[in-house]
Design a protein around this ligand. Structure first.
Ligand code: ADE
Length: 329
């Protein structure tokens, strides 16, 4: 077989594995118990009434399962899933194309919904509220609006922070769910589940080791599992025990609590450059040469959750716990 075909085949298998790790039914979803219960009831009630699920806003840090939940909802409701993202929908015309192509009961997933351009967002209001859109044809004195009726659909919006979504937009969602970082026990269960799907043999203690270094995030847990699997296959016989997991994650530069290189640079910069803080996020971003959004959406939430930093009116400050984690006082 030509080598190119072989590689293509392998790539396809990798893709399939990625997709296979994602739970497709709500009952297979691990963690977020309150959200799961509320969503389960909403789904059952909607199905019982034969109506689409109400529009739903998911918010929380990246990698916690917002896209996965959109897939689950479409599967549970039996509609197609159409996905897009805020920055990808530049004009109302783009959105109109998407909306008019939806079938009854379809799920429209818009990631980073806070980044929709304002005119597009306003265009979405009437679509959400009464499944109608006003389309303006012609210009100037000849301009007239044509009402288009849409099929009833469910909008699932995702954002890293609910505060970024405008109030009128937020009010049009019937269901608002916050995703929080996962406790180690849930991540351990996710790693064990993924291992069994990938056909990897793993000691539960090794799964716990990976889980505790995953920053409370299933996406990171699944990524680390793959690195550990590589390590176990090359350096051992493929079986993942705790020692193999720890060694491979140290090699990956992941610290015992899962803090990565950027987390550690964030903390040491506050200490070394800003004397422990308080420091404003813009100043930190400039020193670290990173985007403010990356720091606010990706780095800070877990450091705040872990109690390593606090946010004060005058900026971010390192805590005793943060200093202790770095071996400082
Ligand atoms: N894979 C990624 N996230 C998951 C979750 N919450 N439950 C089960 N498997 C997952």
């Amino acid at each position: 077989m030509p080598r190119l075909t072989l590689l293509d085949g392998q790539e396809q298998i990798e893709d399939l594995l990625q997709v296979r790790l994602r739970p497709v039914r709500l009952e297979d979803y691990i963690g977020q118990p309150t959200l799961k219960k509320r969503l389960g009831i909403a789904l059952k009630a909607a199905r019982k009434r034969g109506e689409p699920l109400e529009h739903l806003l998911l918010y929380g840090p990246p990698g916690l399962g917002k896209t996965t939940l959109a897939h689950i909802i479409s599967r549970e409701m039996g509609g197609n899933l159409v996905t897009s993202s805020g920055p990808a929908i530049e004009r109302s015309g783009d959105l109109m194309g998407i909306l008019t192509n939806l079938q009854a009961g379809d799920i429209l997933f818009i990631d980073e919904i806070h980044r929709l351009p304002r005119p597009v967002e306003e265009f979405l209001y009437s679509a959400m509220e009464d499944f109608q859109i006003d389309f303006v044809v012609d210009k100037g004195v000849f301009a007239k609006t044509v009402k288009i009726t849409l099929k009833p659909f469910t909008l699932v919006g995702a954002t890293t922070r609910a505060g970024l979504v405008s109030a009128p937009m937020r009010e049009r969602f019937g269901l608002l769910y916050h995703l929080d970082f996962y406790p180690v026990e849930d991540l351990q269960e996710i790693v064990l589940r993924s291992s069994s799907i990938l056909g990897v043999s793993i000691d539960p203690l090794a799964a716990r080791e990976i889980a505790s270094r995953s920053r409370g995030t299933p996406r990171i847990a699944n990524r680390l599992l793959k690195r550990v699997r590589d390590y176990a296959e090359v350096m051992g016989d493929g079986f993942i025990n705790r020692e193999i997991a720890a060694k491979s994650l140290v090699l990956e530069g992941i610290d015992p609590l899962g803090l990565d290189e950027l987390d550690l640079r964030f903390l040491t910069t506050i200490i070394q450059v800003y004397k422990g803080g308080p420091v404003g996020i813009e100043a930190l971003a400039a020193t670290l040469n990173e985007e403010v959004d990356t720091l606010q959406d990706v780095v800070e939430p877990y450091l705040l959750k872990s109690g390593f930093i606090i946010r004060t009116p005058s900026g971010r400050k390192i805590t005793e716990l943060g200093l202790a984690h770095l071996g400082l006082t």
